[in-house]
Design a protein around this ligand. Sequence first.
Ligand SMILES: [Zn+2]
Length: 482
Amino acid sequence: MNDLIQRALDAAERAGAAYADIRIVEREAESLTVKNGALEAANSDHSEGFGVRVLVDGAWGFSASALLEPEEIERVTRQAAAVARASGLAGGDPVVLDETPPQVGRYVTPHQEDPFSVSLDEKLRLLFEADAAMARVDGINVRQSSIECGRERKTFASTQGARVEQEIVEAGAGIDATAVNASESQSRSYPNSSGGQVVTGGFEAVRAMDLAGHAEQIAEEAVALLDAPQCPSGRMTLIIDASQVGLQIHESCGHPIELDRVLGYEASFAGTSFLTLDKLGALQYGSELVNIDADATAPGGLGTFGYDDEGVPAQNVPIVSAGRFVGYLTSRETAPVIGRSSMGSSRAWSWDRIPLIRMTNINLRPGDAGSLEDLVADTRDGLLISTNKSWSIDDRRLNFQFGTQIGWLIRNGKRTQMVRNPTYTGITPQFWGSCDAICGPDEYVIWGVPNCGKGEPIQTGHVGHGAAPARFRDVQVGVGRW
Ligand SMILES: [Zn+2]
């Protein structure tokens, strides 16, 4: 492999590149789904190849191939240089990279049990066990359980002398129960909706979820929701569970802090951002309790790694500090625009895609409000909601509406009536400004988002959001249209 890498870097320099890097990537993924007592899907993917990125006359060129052979590596590198020359003809400001020193190192996701060495029988046993537990509840029409495993081995090298090797290991699982009557359907999920919870780590994370142990409860809640009253409308105190706080961070903080969007390089999928450069260090993004970090070093986070795909080491940087907006997600190309070095958030979905700025783990630091039950007890009247069901947010990431699977009214510090179809709306800085309590470290979980879309052609991002349940005052709550 050393020889192949050197050929690419040499060919890039011969083609006039001021800078070049190569990524050789092998990705494996496996997913299993059990539905209504039967194996619904068993998928296994394997992909291997390399991508070469070159900078010629201040413009990028990229090319990739699945054929890892010396002549092909040289051909692809020459092609990348030709693309860069052609891109340069379009004009525009020349790309200038930051001063990140070239890194040499190796990173492997800490894990105990290799997810790919766990037998199919054992994985199916866990899924059928959860399925059977949901089936014991009368009134469930659709039961679904799934497990996902992933592994990525990649080598990065650059003409500046960087050389890093990584092995990222991922594991995840989730269950959903759906009950249907003549007028609507209601679902409950554990540990989260949209495929459950996914982490970097070994299969021990899936075992720790205890899917079967939570199956009956979510099934009972799905059935009960059909007869629960609609969530009331009005302005009220809202307690949001940790997983929905995670998605709230994703949409209203994670995306608008992507500096390529801010600079107008990247505008697909509700791109652009209200966090324009003049807001950095100036905007009060939230209340003084709100501290948000971009932490690619957090153990278990789905956005945790050793180095990004530009060879920049994983870092933990403040984004919102005591409510003040202080940082962006950056790359080696964009960071100099704000006078900084890259904080290491440039990642590509696969060997045949260029790296884009992607979230790492965008985490809301826990507060001092104790457990969720403590927070409910501290709330006179309000609404507690859990588990995302729908989301909508405008291009600039300012006006949003979220729906969750379930809610409970809070009366005199007690969780009372279950309500169905809760939604809430807000405007990002006002909403975070109304945050007056965040639960403590015991309630803090880093939620994985395995399906963040960005770019054309689209790239899937694996990112995370650390969050604990939090309370927001005077929030517009209403009946959803979803
Ligand atoms: Zn996203």
